[in-house]
Design a protein around this ligand. Structure first.
Ligand code: GAR
Length: 201
């Protein structure tokens, strides 16, 4: 069976990218391999993590969506990418793009979708909104990406308790540790395995 070639798209710190790299090393991810890390932010620390692990990187900074996605499609094609993982990627992809990669793009979102998701809900804002609402349980979701922001089919979810006195950053850290860094690698393996089956001769 041929391995699934994975591209991870990032914008910031890249702790979810790190979780994927670690899961590949420990054998949790065995059906796929991270071949490429793409960032829309040249100073993303995630790029350093990729370099430290010998993974090829690309930076795409085009401001307008059509030029950005044209370049993205070219880079994905040149590297024979089968699966695109959005791991803290802070740009919304157009329907033009997502329809070309049906069931081939997954995203991790730091809440239990359909709560606190969609446009404007990213990073710390998600946890601020959860605390403001007063939910007692939040969590993370891994889902397929389609034309609706955070609207694609859910693959995995994990709940995390909100504690008294939580600040957005304390809650963010707990959601990452207890949910995101666990369910994202798991989902990457599940989907890679599926794709690999289709690639076998
Ligand atoms: C993560 O919490 C991720 O779920 C979130 O941004 C953070 C990125 O951290 N993504 C979104 O909010 C997307 N809507 P990381 O760069 O350390 O992985």
């Amino acid at each position: 069976m041929l391995n699934t070639n994975i591209a991870v798209l990032v914008s910031g710190g890249g702790t979810n990218l790190q979780a994927i790299i670690d899961a590949e090393k420990s054998g949790i991810i065995k059906s796929g391999e991270v071949k490429l890390v793409i960032s829309n932010n040249p100073s993303a620390y995630a790029l350093k993590r990729a370099e430290q692990n010998g993974i090829k990187t690309e930076v795409i900074t085009e401001k307008d969506t059509a030029s950005f996605e044209k370049r993205l499609i070219a880079v994905l094609g040149e590297n024979d990418i089968d699966l695109i993982v959005l791991a803290g990627f802070m740009r919304i992809l157009s329907e033009d793009f997502t329809s070309k990669y049906d069931k081939r793009i997954i995203n991790v979102h730091p809440s239990l979708i359909p709560s606190f998701c969609g446009e404007g809900f990213y990073g710390l804002h998600v946890h601020e909104a959860a605390l403001k609402y007063g939910v007692k349980v939040t969590g993370a979701t891994v889902h397929f990406v389609n034309e609706i922001p955070d609207g694609g089919e859910i693959i995995l979810q994990k709940a995390v308790k909100v504690r008294k006195g939580d600040t957005p950053s304390v809650l963010q850290k707990r959601v990452m540790e207890q949910a995101e860094w666990k369910i994202l690698p798991k989902a990457v393996e599940t989907i890679s395995k599926e794709i690999s089956k289709g690639k076998s001769v």
